[in-house]
Write a protein that binds this ligand. Structure first.
Ligand code: AP5
Ligand code: MG
Length: 222
């Protein structure tokens, strides 16, 4: 998987726990693209207590979507930044029809478009198992799993040595809510991108490397 052209925009779509963060950050690095993960952006803002954090905190805590008035400008400002000019891998955005249309419009205004949407499909029982055992790096946001993909040193990130923690929205109640929100608001994007001929469904089950290999084949030549 080696990048060849400019202006590549890839969206990772999938339910909470499908493996978006696990796979998308690596794809961005391999292809030399920018990486925009809206959940990570909100959590980083919360670590630093920025004004954005105040607005986002209650929504993340409840497992609800942060309002589009906050989320859409935050992303669109970023895609215009010079460091993202070659292309971007999106993780967790867009999350509803309004966000998808806003992204398409903003890219079209720059003569660009989304190339491929990677839809990671994982059954609900597996999602619950994954989220229940997840640990995340407080510094670089890399996700681990206590059993399936543990860090080399317990409690420490392999990549940056940061402290691992369990996300406050990974409780049974909030996971349930996030899944409800996904099916009510985000799952319709599967159809939206299928109709646009951009949707590529990937079996998200199996080991992390196995899933990564499937994605690499799909994005070959991009
Ligand atoms: P966000 O951070 O995007 O969370 P999410 O969509 O619920 O997805 P997750 O991060 O939980 O799952 P993932 O698919 O990244 O899985 P991961 O790779 O970590 O959003 C959080 C909140 O922010 C939202 O609820 C909302 O409030 C707000 N927000 C964010 N974006 C927004 C937007 N656009 N609009 C409005 N609000 C927004 O993997 C999960 C676990 O499984 C890990 O432990 C991992 O190690 C393990 N794992 C991964 N792959 C495998 C595998 N193949 N086999 C075994 N284990 C695996
Ligand atoms: Mg994630």
């Amino acid at each position: 998987m080696k990048g060849s052209s400019d202006n590549r925009y890839i969206v990772f779509l999938g339910a909470p726990g499908a493996g978006k963060g696990t796979q998308a950050a690596g794809v961005a690095q391999t292809l030399g693209l920018g990486y925009i993960a809206t959940g990570d952006m909100f959590r980083q803002a919360m670590e630093m207590d920025t004004p954005l954090a105040l607005q986002a905190k209650s929504y993340l805590g409840k497992g609800a979507l942060v309002p589009d008035e906050i989320t859409i400008p935050m992303v669109l400002e970023n895609i215009s930044a010079p460091k993202f000019k070659g292309g971007v891998v999106f993780d967790g955005f867009p999350r509803n029809l309004k966000q998808a249309e806003a992204l398409d419009k903003a890219l079209a205004e720059q003569g660009k478009a989304i190339n491929k949407v990677v839809y990671l499909k994982v059954l609900e029982a597996e999602l619950l198992k994954r989220l229940g055992g997840r640990w995340v790096c407080r510094q670089c946001q890399t996700p681990y799993h206590a059993v399936d993909s543990p860090p080399k040193v317990k409690g420490k990130c392999d990549k940056c040595g940061g402290e691992l923690y369990q996300r406050p929205d990974d409780t049974v109640e909030t996971i349930k809510k996030r899944l409800e929100v996904y099916f009510a608001e985000t799952a319709s994007l599967i159809d939206y991108y299928a109709k646009a001929g951009k949707l590529y469904e990937v079996d998200g089950t199996g080991g992390v490397d196995e899933v990564g290999e499937r994605i690499a084949v799909l994005l070959k030549g991009l």
